[in-house]
Design a protein around this ligand. Sequence first.
Ligand code: FAD
Length: 382
Amino acid sequence: MNHPVLIVGGGIAGLTTALALQQLHIDFLVLEAVPEIKTVGAGISLAGNAMRVMKRLGLANAIKHNGHLISSMLIQDEHGSTLSLMDAAKLSSEYELDNVAIHRSALHQVLLKAISQNKILTNNKVTDYTEGDNFVEVVLQNGNRISGSCILVADGIHSSIRKKLLPQSQIRYSGYTCWRGIAENTWGIEKVAVEKWGTAGRFGYVPIGDNKVYWFACKNAPQKNEQMQTMTLAQLAENFRNYSHPVPEIIRQTPASELIWGDIIDLKPISRYAFNKVVLLGDAAHATTPNMGQGACMGIEDAWLIATLLQQHANNLTEAFRLFEAQRLKRTHYIVNTSYRLGKIAQWENRILTKLRNTAFRLVPASVNEKQVIKLLDIPVR
Ligand SMILES: Cc1cc2nc3c(=O)[nH]c(=O)nc-3n(C[C@H](O)[C@H](O)[C@H](O)COP(=O)(O)OP(=O)(O)OC[C@H]3O[C@@H](n4cnc5c(N)ncnc54)[C@H](O)[C@@H]3O)c2cc1C
């Protein structure tokens, strides 16, 4: 390749891709719109499939050190009775796959620290691109142009390049809205991620290291609803007052500055990721609802695959991108569609339906749950 690989976007997908390329000695440049790469003050879970990539990139220990290892995931009803349990510790010991929850800014710091800083150009918003026979050129908002061998588009769910390539692609509103927060972990919550599904909404919490606990709350609501947007922590605590300990307490002890609100949206699965010398990655390609905690994990999987394909097909980038699309469409569509359906079920409010759902979840044998997790984490069948 005569020119660097151009990565548009310095989110989790873009930075992990940069790191994978760096590890394989492939020249690259990250073009990021904002002047300083910062993230929202919330947590994130990295499941075994993402941690497998982080291990290959030499970052697994740093992520574990800055985050919190999770050994079980519980779904409960609002009174705290278990509907489903996933034993992450068992998976971890059988398949050497860790599950880590971490503050988003800590994850970004780990990624940024590992990448050569002169390869990340902030304050460089890409507005357009052109393709020549053996090169591409991106156009920046400041009028400058940068040449590259190809473009890896990782500019998120609202990707302007995807909109240009696929104007018919559709953002979907899930039907529920979400608050996220971070509180001091004064309850001794250790190694467990909990979700409580009830008739007043869904509440989840997980320890993320540094003695903090990250939480989210989802409620059914019309999109862009002002009442939801302006909801205070006191009002949220009131909404979840009947949920078992420590839900109302976690909300009440969250500083107002740590509250983030946003509607849950995804990208209706699209049929193409590869466009000659341009390829879509991460949320730009397959943004999902967060119900399976797999959005960033999918972007991290993309990162490793695209880097290895670029190494193997350095003389035929179009072929590398075609292979990427062939390997990623089915898996990412599965995650997006399953997560969308799961979210609908988790958000049921009707008392009779929730009782039926809870009974059905309790009856699912552990072996069936484990099979689903093995598929989710893309663990090779032995
Ligand atoms: C409530 C919630 C909870 C979640 N929890 C989890 C979880 O637990 N686990 C998990 O795996 N995933 C989770 N996700 C999903 C995860 O956050 C996303 O999938 C992930 O952050 C997407 O990363 P990305 O790099 O593809 O895109 P983004 O993070 O959106 O990054 C895109 C970057 O591109 C930049 N950019 C945009 N346009 C341009 C341009 N024109 N030129 C240059 N730069 C540009 C942006 O500034 C940004 O830095 C959650 C999502 C939500 C909403």
